[in-house]
Design a protein around this ligand. Structure first.
Ligand SMILES: [Zn+2]
Ligand SMILES: [Zn+2]
Length: 270
């Protein structure tokens, strides 16, 4: 069983719980490591990311929790760095590199804010063509390591978040699979860790985690390393979906996942 949870959002950005609530819940659940990954500031949409002034307070609070719980649980200080937002110039234990917005002709469009917002993005930015939107999305994701120098590649196929209830992207199509494959071509040489992400599943938006099944099998076939991410927005979900993610990963051919231990990254059996 994997006992490391690194993708967690608190009230410093769009999460509901205090950092300490996460630590207490993680202890109760028997986790070895709990990490925090607030969104980097989004200057174009301040309420969604961490405010620039909140970065210092966030860092201080997580570092003080690390001291307080030393010897009981490892507390890690991370950041979910959006590819388009300026990085706060600080040291982090780990960085998750993510794409939440795409750019077209100088304007930004949300990828997953809501099903309605995604429809608007496709309509207004891409002439109503989901394939053009997907192409822009995956071309942006392909640059995420180069632009953010992330340790973890966040939710690779975030665009399919609403695909079960509002299907817009034909994930079985040749063009979709070609885009995924090209994105993997661009990212795999950097040898970073890819997320299996249960954020949408934990919020009832999907029945399975993402990446989608074909994508995850393809990642496995091509040697991509994975980590399990609850993408929690409340402490209750600090290990939300872990057992289902592990079963899903195993069904797609994985036997191990990567966790952040006291001495850095290590591989553990699922
Ligand atoms: Zn994200
Ligand atoms: Zn997140």
């Amino acid at each position: 069983m994997i006992r490391c949870s690194l993708h967690n959002h608190t009230y410093y950005c769009d999460g509901k719980s205090a950092p300490e609530e996460y630590v207490l819940k993680a202890l109760a659940q028997g986790l070895d490591t709990v990490g925090f990954s607030e969104h980097s500031p989004f200057p174009w949409e301040p309420e969604a990311g961490m405010g620039t002034t909140a970065v210092t307070a966030y860092r201080q609070e997580v570092l003080s929790l690390r001291e307080k719980y030393k010897g009981r649980i490892q507390v890690a200080l991370g950041l979910e760095q959006d590819i388009l937002s300026p990085p706060p110039a600080k040291d982090w234990d780990y960085v998750i590199g993510s794409v939440h917005y795409v750019e077209s002709e100088g304007r930004l469009y949300g990828v997953d804010i809501s099903p309605e917002d995604q429809a608007r993005s496709i309509e207004e930015g891409f002439g109503g063509d989901p394939r053009a939107f997907a192409d822009c999305y995956f071309r942006t994701v392909a640059q995420v390591v180069e632009k953010t120098d992330c340790d973890i590649i966040g939710h690779l196929d975030l665009l399919v978040k609403y695909n079960e209830t509002a299907p817009r992207f034909d994930t079985k199509s040749v063009w979709y699979r070609r885009m995924v494959s090209d994105t993997l071509d661009a990212l795999l040489p950097a040898d970073r860790i890819f997320e299996i992400n249960a954020g949408a599943m934990n919020r009832g938006l999907r029945s399975l985690p993402y990446p989608g099944e074909w994508t995850l099998r393809e990642m496995n076939r091509r040697g991509a390393r994975i980590t399990l991410a609850s993408d929690a927005h409340e402490a209750e979900n600090v290990d939300g979906g872990f057992s289902r993610m592990a079963a899903y990963a195993k069904a797609c051919g994985y036997h191990t996942a990567w966790v952040l231990g006291k001495n850095g990254w290590k591989e553990e059996t699922l």
